[in-house]
Design a protein around this ligand. Structure first.
Ligand code: EPU
Length: 420
């Protein structure tokens, strides 16, 4: 077990340049998509994070071959030896559910453990299941596992009751190999979903977008290999932009797609930070000591991402006045609040709202990370807290941030990874 020790200082200003990694939430479905073909799928700009290791273990368990390349991974799944994603892996990473659609579409059968509860809320998968049923799969639930079977999936019209990112991804992959045309309405349009559709089309799928949140998939019999560079991680980008703003710093974040972080940039600017393009694929952020309070409501893309809620909350603890955050995506995504309060923040949770009263000085303490984005928020708080902040249980952080401590050190932060 490891922990991060941060020596913070209210006057520490991050300075310099930092490069973003490929998007965790784009690479996971891309790796699952390799199950749709016997040919090579070659992915680059792959972040070296724990969740990627977990899904590669799952692909290997199923019988696929995964080889590391200089900046990515080469995947090949000519056949499978198992069609089962174990509870152990699904519990370690809910996104393991992404193998359900591809396995049933190509091999006619998939057995995937039900994910169960999760640190950020109830997170059901009923919409994935209902969609696959509409495509003709027979689904049964037994002994904690979902079993999906189908001779060949058939195209259908599916209206998602609610926007779901991995649900849309599972159905795009399944429909790619279905017989006939599928229309998916009310799709999630996160950049990670769009990136998956680009990869699938390179593999020979026929997916287009008749309007903003409708996908049309004309099924094909087989898909082939492809090479694809994963898009930059917009949540890592947002996290570093907040780090720059929070510390009154001046940093350039490279390797980004600025429009993917539009809603975060809007809120940063409204809070008083300067955020402007700094050449191709780069953003400069300059923070201010006069942070203005903001009301924020999380919503599906292009709205303010739930995955940035915890990090932005840290900035708002330093705003002069009261901010209200409304979390609409997950029902228990405030586990960082108690830890931020231990550092001196004044935050009260009322149902789906968090009322943040600023400006409160923060002082270092030992805090525990409870999920991925909560951990990132605690690291950010540690940068501006006086004295030493120790963030424990950082395995959550390692699931989705590549070398975060090295990247922050490169900007002048004092942060060390030590044995717990
Ligand atoms: N939902 C249902 N039924 C379903 C599926 C979803 O009711 O069958 C509900 C969820 O309970 C939630 C909402 O729909 O209230 C949206 O959930 P969604 O399915 O979009 O979430 P997800 O696909 O499980 C992905 C990301 C999350 C990110 C959310 C929302 C991946 C691998 N994970 O999860 O990322 O928070 O979309 O944007 O793409 C993270 O990276 O820290 C993370 C949690």
């Amino acid at each position: 077990m490891e922990k991060l020790v941060i020596k913070g200082a209210p006057g520490l200003r991050l300075r310099g340049e930092v490069r973003m990694s490929g998007a965790k939430n784009a690479v996971l479905p891309a790796i699952a998509a390799s199950l749709l073909t016997g040919e090579e799928v070659r992915l680059s700009n792959v972040p070296r994070v724990k969740d990627v290791e977990t899904i590669l273990t799952l692909i290997a368990d199923l019988g696929g071959s995964c080889k590391n390349t200089a900046d990515g991974v080469s995947l090949r799944v000519p056949k499978i030896r198992s069609d089962e994603a174990s509870y152990e892996l699904v519990r370690a990473m809910r996104a393991s559910i992404l193998v359900l659609g591809p396995l049933v579409a190509r091999f006619g059968k998939a057995v995937v453990a039900l994910p169960g509860g999760c640190a950020i809320g109830s997170r059901p998968i009923d919409l994935h299941i209902a969609g696959l049923q509409k495509l003709g799969a027979t689904i049964s639930l037994e002994h904690g596992y979902i079993r999906a079977e189908a001779d060949r999936l058939r195209g259908a019209e599916i209206v998602f009751e609610k926007k779901t990112v991995t649900g849309t991804e599972n159905l795009l992959m399944a429909a790619a190999l279905a017989k006939g045309e599928t229309i998916l309405r009310n799709c999630a349009r996160e950049p990670e979903v769009a990136d998956l559709a680009v990869l699938l089309n390179k593999m020979g799928a026929r997916i287009d977008w008749p309007d903003e949140d409708t996908a049309r998939i004309r099924g094909v019999k087989e898909l082939g290999g492809a090479a694809h560079a994963i898009i930059p991680d917009r949540i890592e980008t947002g996290t570093f932009l907040v780090a720059g703003a929070l510390t009154g710093g001046d940093i350039i974040v490279r390797g980004v797609v600025p429009e993917h972080v539009g809603s975060v940039i809007d809120k940063l600017r409204a809070s008083g930070a300067y955020v402007e393009p700094a050449g191709e694929g780069a953003l400069r952020v300059v923070g201010t000591s006069e942070v203005r309070p903001q009301d924020i409501t999380t919503s599906p893309y292009p709205g303010f991402p739930t995955d940035m809620q915890a990090q932005f909350m840290v900035l708002l603890t330093q705003a002069a006045g009261t901010s209200i955050i409304t979390e609409t995506i997950f029902d228990r995504r405030y586990s960082h609040v108690n830890e931020l309060v231990r550092l001196g923040a004044s935050i009260e949770v009322q149902g789906d709202k968090a009322v943040v009263k600023g400006k409160t000085p923060l002082s270092g303490a030992e805090v525990v990370a409870t999920d991925l984005r909560a951990s990132a928020a605690l690291v950010l708080a540690g940068l501006v807290a006086t004295g030493e902040t120790t963030v424990t249980e950082i395995e959550h952080l390692d699931r989705g941030y590549e070398r975060i401590e090295e990247k922050l050190r490169g900007l002048g932060a004092s942060i060390e990874r030590v044995k717990a």
